[in-house]
Write a protein that binds this ligand. Structure first.
Ligand SMILES: [Fe+2]
Ligand SMILES: [Fe+2]
Length: 135
């Protein structure tokens, strides 16, 4: 397995609260990876999946509210991107059962690892100048 991606200061969006959210998301991903390594069961995977989607939903809402308050001009696109990610995450979490559990956990893990880094570095970075001074 590839190593767990970590939050590093070069992923900072220049806003304390949002950086904290992103760090929490990376920590949840690390827990998911740890569970994969130690071979946890369905109950654990489902609880982990719920926690992850609930936190991602919470983060997306909080981020959108801050962007709205900052009159971010591309909020509509950012919101659509969050919605696409959330939809896929919820679908992957719904697969966390039965004989294909390990593969389902891996699929969820790979998707989260992928969007976390890319969404922050590409899409979240675009709002950086608009939130400056509000950190
Ligand atoms: Fe975002
Ligand atoms: Fe974000």
């Amino acid at each position: 397995m590839t190593s767990t991606p970590r939050w590093t200061p070069d992923l900072s969006v220049g806003h304390k609260e949002l950086d904290g959210h992103h760090q929490t998301l990376f920590n949840l991903l690390a827990r998911l990876d740890h569970g994969l390594e130690t071979g946890q069961g369905t109950g654990w995977a489902q609880a982990m999946g719920q926690e992850l989607t609930a936190y991602a939903d919470y983060h997306f809402q909080a981020e959108e509210a801050l962007l709205e308050a900052a009159d971010y001009p591309f909020l509509q696109f950012h919101r659509a991107s969050h919605q696409a990610i959330a939809l896929r995450m919820h679908a992957l979490v719904a697969q966390l059962a039965g004989p294909t559990l390990d593969q389902a956990v891996r699929d969820l893990r790979d998707f989260v690892a992928d969007w976390l880094a890319h969404h922050i570095e590409i899409e979240d970075f675009e709002y950086k100048p608009y939130l400056d001074g509000n950190a």
